[in-house]
Design a protein around this ligand. Structure first.
Ligand SMILES: [Mn+2]
Length: 324
């Protein structure tokens, strides 16, 4: 395993030498991914380095409201050559595939330095520099360490971003991955001015009645496989279009299902518009590492929360839902 301090020093030098930095994250970014981007961008501000934030989808308004003057791009053309950037930093992505920009990034490999900052157990160390810490509860926790290492002051705004990532990825300190370090960092962030109730309110993403009904419908399909001690539910393509145009309404559902007391593993099986099926797994069982299972299907994640995709569609049969 590479020495983190050395890797951070390399990152420091690269940022100082860079003329323009490109920063991106995984597809369908969660709050940790987006907060990692926003917090890290303050390091570039500190060094007066120009940068571009690239998202594949528009981030939600509530997040942008934490840092209103930041701008971002959603145009993937940025990645076509000749590139006007000389350093790419990818945060919170276990591998290039999950960026949704794999093809473009592979073409750039060897021509431009890629830095990989992540906390997924299954990270493939795809970067030229890899700051990968599977013990970190969130990628923002690693970014907190980078701020400390670079001796850059964490302002209230930065503290809010870092805390947002920690709260999301620990499910507000209720997941098994919660560590004393993450609580210490959270305490320091609050001391630095972060407003935990505001961040919590933002990260909970208030839901409309339609969205709540969508959750209700999906919960009503919950089934338990007695033999394997697994609880699962499914989300069809139609569910999304019926209730909301915004697929992010179902974010957080897998974490919520992890509250089930009488199953060892919970699964959310979700039909995607591109004829793939996404399976999210959660467990609270000490002895189970769901990331190993996800890896068998080219997925990834953490010991207690992981996922993978397979080709197929969902069909309702007399014996229940089937993947065809
Ligand atoms: Mn994360």
């Amino acid at each position: 395993m590479p020495n983190l301090k050395i890797e951070m020093k390399k990152l420091h030098t690269l940022i100082l030498e860079s003329q323009k930095i490109l920063i991106l994250t995984h597809d369908s970014p969660d709050l940790d991914a987006m907060s990692s981007i926003f917090s890290l961008s303050h390091i570039f501000d500190h060094f007066h380095k120009p940068y571009t934030i690239l998202f594949k989808q528009k981030p939600p308004k509530y997040l942008v409201s934490l840092d209103a003057q930041k701008t971002y791009e959603i145009d993937e053309q940025i990645l076509t050559q000749p590139l006007s950037h000389d350093l790419i930093i990818i945060v919170d992505a276990g591998d290039l595939l999950h960026t949704g920009l794999e093809k473009q990034l592979i073409l750039l490999k060897g021509k431009i330095i890629i830095v990989n900052i992540d906390h997924h157990q299954t990270n493939t160390n795809f970067g030229d520099i890899n700051i990968v810490v599977p013990d970190a509860v969130s990628t923002t926790e690693i970014i907190y360490d980078i701020f400390q290492n670079f001796k850059i002051k964490i302002t209230e705004k930065i503290a809010n971003h870092i805390l947002a990532g920690i709260l999301t990825d620990t499910n507000n300190f209720t997941n098994f991955n919660t560590t004393s370090k993450s609580l210490e960092i959270a305490s320091d962030l609050i001391a630095k001015g972060s407003n935990i109730s505001r961040v919590l309110k933002l990260s909970r993403q208030k839901k409309s009645i339609e969205e709540m009904q969508a959750w209700g419908k999906i919960f009503s399909r919950l089934t338990k496989n007695q033999e394997q001690n697994i609880a699962y539910t499914i989300i069809t393509k139609d569910d999304i279009s019926q209730y909301s145009k915004d697929p992010s309404v179902l974010d957080g559902l897998s974490n919520y299902l992890n509250n089930i007391s009488d199953a060892k593993i919970s699964l959310v099986i979700r039909e995607m518009p591109d004829n793939t099926i996404k399976i999210s797994m959660r467990t609270n069982d000490d002895l189970i590492d769901v990331s190993k299972f996800a890896k068998m299907y080219n997925g990834g994640g953490h010991k207690k929360a992981a996922g993978f995709s397979i080709k197929g569609k969902l069909e309702k049969t007399q014996e229940g839902w089937k993947i065809i």
